[in-house]
Design a protein. Structure first.
Length: 405
């Protein structure tokens, strides 16, 4: 009798072992109680202000876990610091995939780092979901089959800005100060696509490197071109320098900054809030300090979350909010996955968001992804800095409305 019980127990343990091995093979990074996810952010270095997106993400994941996780599993979100350095991004991503054995990558931030790691992740068939880069190359589903993007594409954003400048100043010469990498070059390409043969006559450009100490000389040279509009396409440190320098030399163009540089604390405050009056940027989310949203359920929930999970931080810092929104989207994807957390299904569900509304997004902004559309955000509304707050104007614009046809 005892021998029979031992035999049954051994058989059960063997079966469980086989099931466990199969479980691990089919769903890397997943156990019955946990899912392991990787992220890489510039928590330090020249783009550290954008790294606050990662802080917001981590805070939201903590809130999910405090609510019991998703489908009974807690999220083990491993976020590493690449200091906005592509070689470090490569090192960290390899560790996350090969040592930590994450189920997938989520919210990796930075065009340079994503560019450096994309081929490796595609080769490993690791889903790379909601990357914080608007580089238009990542929207090519055939070239990046395991990727979805977490920003409106820089191409879409650039065309919206070109259209706004032409509407506001039909005959103006336009200056573009851009970061000399895929991020900045995408905006230049968008203007070239918009203006076509008139680009060389209409637009003057100046590039800077992420390692440059300042962009003062570029701003002075662009002013001398006689441009009446200036687009700064880069990261917050340099956008702040450009706004400040323009004010110092008495240049008052229609000044636009790209969405990655739209932070009040990282860009406008260092530039000088008064100098930044009139700065325009496109956005997809509500401003947490705008009184118009005081009674908005989504913003009320965000403020409560912020007070609990990011105590002492500045709620006006939009990068935290971007991280929060990334977390909301992650939660939805995992809910749609149910108990099938295979990499194949994770990617499938990331490309199967239907009219999903993030509570902190602007009214009318919805998320729709598909097998042929890997872009989470495709809509923007313009807003202008008043000196104290962002003031929205115009309609919510979509990717289909940005080409100026």
């Amino acid at each position: 009798m005892l021998a029979g019980k031992r035999l049954i127990a051994a058989m059960l343990l063997g079966t469980l072992g086989v099931c466990s091995d199969a479980f691990a093979a089919e769903m890397p990074g997943v156990t019955a109680t946990e899912i392991k996810i990787g992220g890489v952010f510039p928590f330090s270095g020249p783009a550290s202000s954008i790294g606050l997106v990662g802080r917001g993400m981590l805070a939201y994941v903590n809130s999910i876990n405090d609510r019991g996780g998703i489908n009974g599993r807690k999220i083990n979100y491993i976020a590493l610091d690449d200091a906005y350095s592509p070689p470090k991004a490569v090192e960290h991503v390899r560790k996350l995939v090969e040592s930590d054995e994450v189920a997938f990558m989520y919210s990796q931030l930075g065009t340079p780092g994503n560019s450096a790691t994309a081929k490796y992740l595609i080769g490993k068939k690791v889903p790379t979901i909601a990357i914080i880069s608007g580089s238009s190359k990542f929207t090519n589903v055939k070239e990046y089959p395991t990727t979805t993007t977490g920003l409106a594409s820089y191409d879409t954003e650039g065309k919206i800005y070109a259209k706004h400048i032409v509407k506001s100043l039909p005959n103006a010469k336009i200056a573009i100060l851009y970061q000399n990498d895929d991020l900045g070059k995408d905006y230049v390409s968008a203007f070239k696509s918009y203006f076509k043969d008139a680009f060389d006559k209409k637009v003057v450009t100046a590039a800077y490197e992420i390692t440059d100490p300042t962009v003062d000389s570029q701003v002075v040279n662009l002013k001398s071109s006689g441009a009446e509009a200036l687009l700064v396409a880069g990261t917050p440190k340099f956008a702040a320098q450009a706004i400040r320098k323009a004010g110092e030399i008495g240049w008052k163009p229609l000044l636009i900054v790209n969405f990655p540089s739209s932070s009040v604390n990282a860009t406008l405050r260092p530039a000088g809030l008064d100098r930044a009056v009139g700065v325009v940027v496109g956005t997809f989310h509500k401003d947490p300090v705008e009184p118009a949203w005081d009674n908005d359920p989504g913003m009320k929930a965000y403020r409560e979350f912020f007070a609990k999970y990011l105590p002492g931080a500045d709620i006006a810092e939009g990068n935290y909010q971007t991280g929060y929104e990334q977390g909301v989207i992650l939660e939805q994807i995992l809910k749609q996955c149910g108990d099938d957390l295979s990499r194949e299904n994770i990617l499938k569900q990331a490309k199967n968001l239907k009219d999903f509304v993030v509570p902190t997004a602007l009214p009318g902004v919805k998320i729709n992804t598909s097998a042929t559309n890997n872009k989470i955000w495709t809509q923007l509304q313009l807003q202008r800095w008043t000196g104290m707050a962002w003031e929205r104007f115009g309609e919510v614009l979509t990717a289909d409305e940005d080409a100026g046809q």
